[in-house]
Design a protein around this ligand. Structure first.
Ligand code: BEZ
Ligand code: FE
Length: 276
């Protein structure tokens, strides 16, 4: 049998998915194979480059564990995460824009009463966060769950340092009957994405900056509405124009107002979109 070359090979690989009973999986594998082959051809990939790529992806997998998700980080720095966010979340009027989740979310943070401070008694400049959760028309949403997390003053999340309390700078809060929510935290600071693994190797090899501008993370959910994962960024924060993971959107840059000596307040209303 003659060797399959060029597009014959691609067609043959694609044809091996003909019996796939899941139409979406078939569609995804077909497209993936076509794009991978054309990428290799366009780059005239050498065998050394191919094995280097294999070794890189292997090292990304090897560093992953329960606490570390290097694949999400890789997806983030390649802009893939934000592409997927864009495909799945609109920018409708009255709705808060979504952004990347990032690799540092930890499920199971304690649910705290309205007005309480996030978990772990964190050091830092006090920050008061208030607002309303509403639908696109502005109608308040009661009993919405607001799951928040952020990095500490040292730029590390609780799951990056085994000495930190598991849920430091994390907590869940509920909106009241009038849609209002309130919690206390500390002013977030900018930080570098983890560069001690393969993604760091890639960033250095390509001379890319690893900074993320200061932000708070939110996951907001309510019955009948699409869950929202987003950040609020500190207006004027360093690196706001060069976020390593492309997560900054103009509408998410907010005024963290100084309301006293080293004391801050943020007021932000979240708009949720109804579930389709
Ligand atoms: C974060 O904001 O937690 C984050 C997002 C993407 C990559 C690294 C960190
Ligand atoms: Fe973050």
């Amino acid at each position: 049998m003659p060797a399959l070359i060029g597009s014959q090979l691609t067609d043959e690989v694609v044809s091996r998915y003909k019996d796939c009973s899941d139409p979406r999986l078939k569609e995804i594998m077909t497209s993936l194979v076509k794009h991978l082959h054309s990428f290799a051809r366009e780059m005239k990939l050498t065998e050394q480059e191919w094995i280097k790529g294999i070794e890189f992806v292997t090292s990304v997998g090897q560093i992953c564990d329960e606490m570390r998700q290097e694949f999400i980080l890789l997806s983030d720095v390649l802009g893939l995460s934000m592409t997927v966010v864009e495909l799945n979340h609109g920018t409708g009027a009255g709705e808060t824009e979504a952004t990347v989740q990032g690799p540092f979310y930890v499920p199971g943070a304690p649910e705290l009463p309205k007005g309480a401070t996030v978990d772990g008694n964190p050091p830092g400049d006090p920050l008061d966060v208030t607002g309303v959760i509403h639908d696109p028309k502005g109608k308040p949403i009661a009993n919405a769950l607001i799951d928040v997390w952020q990095a500490g003053e040292d730029g590390l999340y609780s799951n990056q340092d085994p000495k930190k309390p598991k849920y430091e700078l994390r907590g869940k809060f509920r909106s009241d009957r009038d849609g209002t929510y309130h919690f206390k935290s500390v002013l977030p600071k900018g930080y570098q994405i983890p560069t001690d693994g393969p993604v760091g190797v890639l960033m250095r090899a390509t001379n890319r900056a690893p900074w993320r501008p200061a932000h708070l993370h939110f996951m907001v959910s309510a019955e009948g509405y699409k869950p929202l994962t987003t950040h609020l960024f500190v207006k004027g924060a360093p690196h706001i124009k060069e976020d390593a993971v492309f997560g900054v959107k103009e509408s998410l840059i907010q005024d963290f107002k100084a309301v006293g000596k080293n004391t801050y307040a943020l007021k932000y209303d979240f708009g949720l979109s109804p579930r389709a």
